[in-house]
Design a protein around this ligand. Structure first.
Ligand code: FEO
Length: 398
């Protein structure tokens, strides 16, 4: 039995889930697995839109053959060359020696790099706005460099008004039977993993994502078909608005992230006390994370979501406590910007983490560090508690 799914009479979902994967890109935890989406258009010509990860290789190839039902494959469109989508290109070429390969100029250089294959005899190199007629459908190609790699292009089916969006609008997590986002509890089950996927995978390239959104705004789009996660066919504006916020580094809503790195619990105590003081002052959406317990991808995602950030860290080897340093470097690496920020340091003999955290934050754009110097020496004193009160006031006002 093959798990291929009809999206319409002539468009078939032939992707597959990997629930055994523990870390996407060998770094981000994916407790709910991953879906590798792939689509087959059965027009007068047959068109494959992207292959899949090698982990689901056999499933994908079985699905492809089943959906083709003895037809030949005419075109293979490569929207993105990251191996989670391109790994099976050589297998498809072997099965369909006549297939034409459609991609951007850079795609073919990467095919050469990854597989040592020169496809000059079958390459159809697309530039911005080029089209391909497949019979009743006309596919238009839009270049989307750095969403998420330089060769990326997306495909707009002018006939069905569907946008095949490559990595954009994707999400971590396998598909649970339902192909469409509107069949999930979006805010509870989908959005957190869509946000964590976007911010960690594409988050650095906000400017390029905004450029793609601008192009997409000129199209009449009824369905967005990403390469990971469910297909979007309702409330498209809801997702586009989220993307606009993430890509412009604007907070989605008011809220405070308190991330702490604590060795023996004293810095943790300060973080917990600050959270309580903020709640007493009426703040909602306070989220507290132990940087030693949480993978940075989760905390980074929350930093994109909320407008105020607090980093409380022990000093370690005269530096920032390493898991906190990792988080801050991740934030810097993903272009985190435009937030009100506070730091709290701890150190038993030579507290340094505050100074070092400020230095790192100064390397990010528009991170407005609040005027508050909280330097705990081992354990909080009554004066530190008063300083936390003052910090809570500053955060509420920020
Ligand atoms: Fe899903 Fe950038 O690959």
């Amino acid at each position: 039995m093959h798990n291929i799914r009809k999206i319409s009479e002539d468009l078939i979902y032939i992707g597959a889930n990997d629930r055994r994967i523990s870390r996407f890109e060998n770094q981000h935890p994916v407790p709910n697995g991953m879906s590798y989406n792939s689509y087959l258009l059965l027009d007068e010509k047959t068109v494959l839109l992207d292959t899949a990860d090698k982990a689901v290789g056999e499933l994908f190839l079985e699905n492809l053959l089943e959906a083709l039902k003895d037809r030949d494959l005419d075109y293979m469109i490569i929207q993105h060359m990251e191996p989670d989508h391109c790994a099976l290109i050589p297998r498809v070429l072997k099965l369909f020696p006549q297939v034409k390969v459609v991609g951007s100029q850079k795609t073919f250089g990467m095919i050469q790099q990854f597989f040592g294959l020169d496809l000059a005899d079958r390459a159809m190199i697309m530039k911005e706005g080029d089209t391909l007629s497949t019979g009743t459908h006309t596919l238009r190609f839009l270049m989307a460099p750095m969403v998420h790699w330089p060769e990326v292009m997306v495909t707009y089916d002018e006939t069905s008004k569907r946008l095949f969006s490559a990595d954009a609008f994707g999400a971590f997590g396998a598909l649970n039977g339902s192909l469409y986002a509107d069949e999930y509890n979006v805010d509870y089950d989908l959005l957190p993993e869509a946000r964590r996927y976007y911010t960690n995978i594409v988050g650095k390239y906000g400017r390029q994502v905004l450029a793609l959104l601008e192009k997409a705004a000129k199209l009449e789009v009824e369905m967005i078909l990403p390469l990971h996660g469910p297909i979007l066919r309702q409330d498209l504006y809801y997702y586009i608005e989220k993307y606009s916020k993430w890509a412009s580094y604007s907070p989605e809503e008011k809220g405070i992230v308190i991330a702490y790195g604590s060795i023996y619990g004293n810095t943790e105590k300060a973080a917990e006390l600050l959270a309580a003081k903020l709640a007493d002052r009426g703040e909602k959406n306070i989220v507290v994370y132990d940087v030693s317990a949480w993978h940075p991808s989760y905390i980074l995602s929350e930093c994109f979501r909320f407008d105020r950030l607090v980093f409380a860290s022990s000093t370690y080897n005269m530096e920032i406590y390493p898991p906190m340093e990792t988080l801050l470097l991740e934030l810097k690496g993903h272009n985190m910007q435009n937030r009100a920020v506070a730091v709290i340091e701890n150190g038993s003999w030579a507290p340094q983490s505050g100074k070092k955290m400020r230095e790192l934050l100064a390397e990010m754009k528009d991170m407005r560090v609040l005027e508050s110097e909280i330097s705990i020496k081992s354990a909080m004193t009554p004066a530190d508690v008063e300083a936390l009160d003052a910090l809570a006031e500053l955060l509420v006002a920020a």
